[in-house]
Design a protein around this ligand. Structure first.
Ligand code: SF4
Length: 72
């Protein structure tokens, strides 16, 4: 059965605002955005109407190595 892609994918600030390693992007897309977005910590906050920290990763930990784009 085909899974639905996360409805937040187009506007998810994790991809738009944060410099992520391409390998990390692929893993997040494969395991969360395309398969089980309901488990994503970001998605849960979006659903609750709460602020989503830009560097929050789907497993509910902030990315310590990531930079906000344009803030070097
Ligand atoms: S990171 Fe989470 S909220 Fe963002 S598009 Fe992927 S599943 Fe959705």
């Amino acid at each position: 059965m085909e899974k639905t892609i996360c409805p937040k994918k187009a506007g998810c600030s994790l991809f738009a605002e944060v410099d992520l390693l391409s390998a990390l992007i692929r893993n997040i897309e494969t395991f969360y955005c395309k398969r089980s977005f309901e488990k994503c910590a970001r998605y849960k906050l979006y659903q609750e109407g709460k602020p989503v920290p830009p560097k929050l990763l789907p497993h509910d930990k902030e990315c310590l190595q990531c930079e906000i784009k344009g803030c070097k």
